[in-house]
Write a protein that binds this ligand. Structure first.
Ligand code: C2E
Ligand code: CA
Ligand code: CA
Ligand code: CA
Length: 276
C-alpha cells in the first residue's frame, strides 16, 4: 500500500482507523461482558484411546453478546490481551470451570486455557489457587493448558511459575505442540504432564508422510519422558485409525468424538462414553 496511488493510501489509512475503532468498541463491550456476566464455557471431551472413556473436558470460552449472539474466542482473546483484560477474563474462566467441574464425576478433570500474558503476569499462581479454594475442586482435577509462547522469552520465570503450579497439585499441558517455536528442550526442562499435538498434524492438511513421521517421533519421545500425549482435531474415523496405529497417542479430542457443549450435557455424555 505504501507505493501505490493516492486513493489506495487513503483507503489504507481509513481502514486503519476502522480497525482501531472496531477494537475500541470491542474493548468497551468486553468490560460490559465482565460486569454483566456474559461469558460462558463450553466443554469438549478428551477421550482415552485405550478405554474410550472421557478423562477430561477442555473449557472453551464463549461470549454471549447481547446483539451479536455467541462470539468465539478467536474474535476477542487477542483484543482482550492487547487492552489488558485477559487476566480478568482468565480469572472468570478459572472460577467457572472449577465450579462446573465439581458437578462431574471425580474421574473427569477439567482443562483450562491460560493466555501467555496472564501466565507471565504476577498473579497467575494466586488466581489458580484462589479458584481451587473457592470452588473446592481437587487440584489434581485441574489441567492448565499453556502454549509455547507462554514458556519462551523468560525461561527462569516460566520454570518458577510452572513449578509453583505443579506444587499446587494441578497438571500442566503444553497446547498446540508443533506449531510455534517448538523446542524439544522444553519437554525435559519444564514440569509438564501433557503434550497436545496441534490439529494441523491431525486434520489440518499436514498429514503428509513426513509430518506423520515427525508426529510419531515426537509422540514416542514424549511417552519416553513420561508425558501423556493428546492428539487434537480428530475429525474422521480414518484419522482416529491412523492415530491408534501409531501406538504412542494416549488421548484424542475432536469433532469426531464430541463437539464442545454446555456443562448440562456432560453427565449424560460421560456416562454414554463409559458404556461403549
Ligand atoms: P485451542 O485451545 O487449541 O482449542 C481447540 C479449538 O479447536 C477450539 O476452538 C475447538 O472448538 C476447536 N476444535 C475442537 N475439535 C476440533 C476439530 O475436530 N476440528 C476443528 N476444525 N476444530 C476443532 P475455539 O473454542 O474456537 O477456541 C479457539 C482458541 O481460543 C483455543 O484454541 C484457545 O487458544 C482459545 N481459547 C478458548 N477458550 C479460551 C479461554 O478460556 N482462555 C484463553 N486464554 N483462550 C481460550
Ligand atoms: Ca487448548
Ligand atoms: Ca490446541
Ligand atoms: Ca489452537
Amino acid at each position: 500500500a505504501k507505493s501505490s496511488g493516492r486513493g489506495c493510501a487513503q483507503f489504507y489509512d481509513s481502514s486503519m482507523i476502522e480497525v482501531a475503532r472496531a477494537r475500541r468498541i470491542v474493548e468497551i463491550d468486553l468490560r460490559e461482558a465482565l460486569a454483566s456476566d456474559q461469558f460462558e464455557l463450553f466443554y469438549q471431551p478428551i477421550v482415552a484411546m485405550q478405554t474410550g472413556r472421557i478423562t477430561s473436558c477442555e473449557a472453551l470460552l464463549r461470549w454471549r453478546h447481547p446483539e451479536r449472539g455467541i462470539v468465539s474466542p478467536g474474535e476477542f482473546i487477542g483484543i482482550a490481551e492487547e487492552v489488558g483484560l485477559i487476566a480478568q477474563i482468565g480469572r472468570v474462566v478459572l472460577d467457572k470451570a472449577c465450579r462446573e467441574a465439581t458437578h462431574w464425576p471425580d474421574s473427569v478433570s477439567v482443562a483450562v486455557n491460560i493466555s501467555a500474558i496472564h501466565f507471565r503476569g504476577d498473579a497467575v499462581v494466586e488466581d489458580v489457587a484462589a479458584a481451587l479454594e473457592r470452588t473446592g475442586l481437587a487440584p489434581s482435577r485441574l489441567v492448565v493448558e499453556l502454549t509455547e509462547s507462554a514458556l519462551m522469552q523468560d525461561d527462569a520465570l516460566a520454570l518458577s511459575t510452572l513449578t509453583r503450579l505443579r506444587d499446587l497439585g494441578v497438571r500442566i499441558a503444553l497446547d498446540d505442540f508443533g506449531t510455534g517455536y517448538s523446542s524439544l528442550s522444553y519437554l525435559q526442562s519444564f514440569p509438564l504432564h501433557k503434550i497436545k499435538i496441534d490439529r494441523s498434524f491431525v486434520s489440518g492438511g499436514r498429514e503428509t508422510r513426513k509430518d506423520q513421521t515427525l508426529l510419531v517421533g515426537i509422540a514416542r519421545l514424549c511417552k519416553e519422558l513420561g508425558l501423556t500425549v493428546v492428539a487434537e482435531g480428530v475429525e474422521t474415523v480414518g484419522q482416529l485409525d491412523t492415530l491408534a496405529r501409531m501406538g504412542a497417542i494416549d488421548e484424542v479430542q475432536g469433532y469426531l468424538l464430541a463437539r464442545p457443549q454446555p456443562t448440562s450435557q456432560l453427565r449424560d455424555l460421560i456416562a454414554a462414553f463409559a458404556q461403549r
